[in-house]
Design a protein. Structure first.
Length: 299
């Protein structure tokens, strides 16, 4: 059992006119437009985060991480490049750098001038990433770049009951929605390893891949890998994978009528080789578990 804990950008406990109005108009305060997250039948979802019965709320919509005017992109740029550079839409980065006569960071991604057109790849695997941040010099053009993946958590079941109750009278109601943690092992980690290896071969990608997620997703990734201690911390390099996790500030202290602020919780940089090593290091059960189970079944 679970319920929606953030709805159209606001805590479900917020009954201010701003929170109720956002739900009524299906407005996302993070994108500053109509919510683009939809259910299977096309209805606008509005669910930013899901709260399971016995664990903290988890962000389930990537757009929730775009709060504060895409602050996470600034956080990454300040770690990868000189501090204080302006972020501009990627396609105009070179002309802007020349006009200002100083470097800028060109952003390629949704609502920032579009994603890059990469050649199609046959077979399995996909090397597209969510965002590219490019350091652009007014004289020599592209100096270097980093890639960014953003991942929240997929849901299982559905939260329609929760959504309907919130729209009707802001009532918090449980639903059958769950969180698809299996994707951590089956999809997220293999993709990070593959894309990290692809990016290492790019001569302009000097700081590797950044992976942005809610803190509970990061914690589940680390649990699957046997703990953060097993992923040696390295300085940024072409083979880097840098984890950046974000979480809410305490929403109970948030001002009524304001989305709960996000904070950068932690940063951990390792290498794609360490990640692959830990991913392949499967923890096996004790010997003879099948034999013992069969023997017990006889009694």
């Amino acid at each position: 059992m679970s319920h929606i804990s953030e709805f159209f950008g606001y805590p479900v406990t917020d009954i201010s006119s701003a929170a109720v109005g956002a739900a009524a108009s299906r407005y996302c305060p993070f994108l500053e437009r109509t919510c683009v997250k939809t259910l299977s039948d096309g209805l606008i979802s509005g669910a930013c985060a899901i709260k399971p019965a016995r664990s903290p709320a988890v962000i389930c919509c990537p757009n929730r991480l775009y709060a504060d005017n895409y602050r996470f992109l600034v956080d990454i740029a300040e770690k990868a490049f000189p501090i204080g550079l302006e972020l501009v839409p990627g396609p105009r980065a070179l002309s802007d750098a020349r006009e200002r006569n100083r470097p800028v960071v060109g952003v390629f991604g949704k609502r920032w001038g579009g994603e890059l057109r990469l050649p199609q790849r046959s077979g399995v695997g996909n090397y597209y990433v969510d965002w590219i941040l490019a350091l652009v010099d007014p004289l020599k053009g592209l100096s270097e770049f980093v890639a960014v993946e953003v991942q929240t958590i997929d849901t299982t079941g559905n939260y329609r009951d929760s959504r309907t109750a919130l729209l009707e009278d802001r009532t918090i109601t449980n639903s059958s929605a769950g969180l698809n943690w299996e994707n951590v092992s089956k999809r997220i980690l293999p993709q990070l390893i593959y894309k990290g290896q692809v990016l290492q071969r790019e001569e302009g990608c000097k700081k590797g891949l950044f992976f942005v997620s809610p803190t509970p997703v990061y914690e589940r990734v680390m649990r699957r890998l046997g703990g953060e201690d097993g992923l040696t911390n390295y300085h940024l390099q072409p083979a880097s994978i840098t984890f950046m996790s974000y979480d809410y500030t305490d929403s109970s202290n948030a001002s009524s009528g304001q989305p709960a602020p996000l904070i950068l919780d932690l940063v951990h940089s390792t290498t794609v080789y360490k990640l692959q090593e830990r991913f392949n290091n499967v923890e096996l059960p004790s010997p003879n578990v099948y034999r013992d189970a069969i023997t017990r079944a006889f009694s």
